[in-house]
Design a protein around this ligand. Structure first.
Ligand code: ADE
Ligand code: ZN
Length: 344
């Protein structure tokens, strides 16, 4: 049974949106670039696996629920994630749900990460997990897998795990995530540069809970051109200029930012300012089990709370295709399809 991650009827991001825009969002061919598999626990499967242990509707799915700290978010994520992801097979099952859910929303390309510490502390081999995820991709959906690493990952003895991942074609790159206020460690710089030299495409979370300076730091020290979140870049106009000039993309997650109190009000979200300045922003769900969101709702958020018109929504979809890790021949076809969609 393929249940949506989200309980039907709970989403309010659509409310008040005109029917033509809602239809446009649903039909728009989309891409997703920022999703943590541990934050996408298939809740109905988890409940079936452990009868009576988890409530029918988790508290954090409530319409107005906002996490009071990143720590409390991490605790909820871990309590469910550790219970579910106890075998490669369960990564495969979770990935299958995520991908089918994406396909239903006209998503044709997806990048997702799994955390190195989380998986290896449960005894899983890093390439087996990447394979378990990739082999769940249905026809019509291109999937790329990234290895997530927290800022203190090497202190947890992960070096051999990362090296194994880097030697494998199954892993497209690294993604630094977790507690942003932790300082960037020296080993991170070395390993990101090594991954770069091996042709990986690397990312880093920054400018979510930390200042614009953190975005600058991961660009300069890790050499990344893909920032996860990065919304606090707007605090530094010179940095915004650099993002534009150097083609650095922000994989933004508006509903995550609202639920984690990165922004006060939906209408405050800086993605409007960033898109108007022509920064390459994409949108994603981040942790859909935690935030009770779908990719379509991220677009509904843009249209509803930030008054994005159809051409701006289309620009976000185009940005996704521009940064997708696909051959140029595929990119041209997808861009042409978006043009045809716009002109239909
Ligand atoms: N890991 C999962 N979700 C995250 C987020 N929003 N920020 C940093 N690390 C994360
Ligand atoms: Zn994230």
């Amino acid at each position: 049974m393929n249940m949506p991650l989200q309980a039907e009827g709970l989403s309010h991001w659509w409310q008040g949106l005109d029917a033509a825009t809602a239809d446009f969002i649903r039909r728009l061919p989309k891409t997703e670039h920022h999703l943590h598999i541990e934050g996408a626990t298939p809740y109905h499967l988890l409940r079936e696996a452990y009868p009576g242990r988890f409530p029918e509707v988790p508290e954090h799915w409530q319409v107005d629920y906002r996490f009071d700290s990143f720590q409390s978010f991490l605790e909820i994520l871990a309590a469910h994630g550790f219970a579910w992801f106890d075998s490669p097979d369960r990564y495969h099952l979770a990935a299958r749900e995520i991908f089918l859910n994406a396909s239903r929303q006209n998503v044709r390309y997806m990048e997702l990460s799994f955390d190195a510490f989380f998986s290896s502390s449960q005894g899983h081999c890093v390439t087996t997990i990447a394979e378990a995820i990739l082999s769940a991709a249905p026809a019509g959906l291109t999937v790329k897998v990234f290895l997530g690493m927290t800022r203190d990952a090497f202190e947890n003895g992960l070096e051999p795990v990362v090296r194994k991942a880097l030697a494998s074609d199954l892993v497209s790159g690294l993604d630094l995530h977790g507690i942003e206020p932790l300082p960037l460690r020296e080993w991170t710089v070395d390993i990101w540069r090594e991954a770069d030299a091996l042709g990986k495409v690397n990312k880093a979370h920054a400018g979510e809970f930390g200042p614009a300076q953190n975005v600058l730091e991961v660009i300069d020290r890790l050499g990344v051109k893909r920032i996860q979140h990065g919304v606090r870049a707007t605090e530094d106009p010179d940095l915004v200029r650099r993002l534009i000039d150097e083609g650095i993309a922000l994989d933004v997650c508006p509903i995550s930012n609202w639920r984690l109190q990165v922004i006060d009000k939906p209408a405050d979200h800086p993605i409007r300012q960033l898109i108007e300045a022509q920064v390459t922003c994409t949108v994603s769900t981040d942790d859909p089990f935690l935030f009770n969101n779908h990719l379509e709702e991220e677009y509904a958020f843009l249209a509803n709370a930030l008054r994005f018109n159809q051409s701006q929504l289309l620009q976000v979809a185009r940005n996704g295709v521009q940064v997708a890790l696909v051959p140029e021949s595929v990119r041209s076809v997808w861009l042409a399809e978006l043009d045809a969609f716009a002109n239909a």
